[in-house]
Ligand binder design. Structure first.
Ligand SMILES: [Zn+2]
Length: 171
């Protein structure tokens, strides 16, 4: 059995067989990984409240050997921010971050987003994009080249100005 103790942000939760659930977590030490928690959907589960999306928690992950799936065996919530804007931001983070790629700088930034309610939605997105190498301050519209960026499309990984965004996506 290999065990890892790490801080992690819970990004997503999907039901699995019986009362189990599979969680997507962005961890400090391992990057984005998936972990199963047995019986975590039981109302009496001690883990459940510590593993809600939007939670920053200390978690213990275990697996039989490298290459096996993780199980979440322990979780202790440190902070939580689960308003709709933050959940949307975490879904965006999930989309932009590849699995199993450790990124401590990005983790520490997202940790602050969860812990500090002063972090606005705009600051969160700008910070995330900057860290993954898509700096909105240096970007220009992918269609017309304007420097006045208004949108970022996570689908197409490109920035757009207000006019072109409206045309393309009807924002
Ligand atoms: Zn444009």
């Amino acid at each position: 059995m290999v065990e890892y103790l790490t801080e992690a942000i819970i990004l997503d939760k999907r039901p699995d067989k019986n009362l189990d659930a599979v969680f997507t977590v962005f961890s400090r030490n391992l990057g984005k990984v998936y972990g199963k928690a047995t019986s975590s959907r039981k109302i009496t589960s001690k883990l459940a409240s510590h593993l809600e999306p939007g939670t920053l928690a200390k978690i213990r992950l275990a697996r039989k050997s490298v290459g096996d799936n993780f199980r979440i065996v322990e979780a202790l919530a440190e902070a939580k921010r689960s308003d709709p804007e933050t959940i949307r931001f975490l879904m965006f983070l999930d989309k932009m971050v590849p699995a199993s790629a450790k990124d401590e700088v990005l983790f520490m930034f997202c940790r602050e987003v969860i812990k500090d309610p002063e972090f606005s939605e705009k600051m969160a997105y700008r910070g995330l994009l900057k860290i993954i190498g898509l700096d909105p301050d240096k970007a220009c519209c992918a269609v017309c080249g304007s420097r006045k960026i208004a949108y970022f499309s996570s689908q197409d990984i490109m920035f757009l100005c207000r006019q072109c965004g409206k045309k393309r996506y009807g924002y």
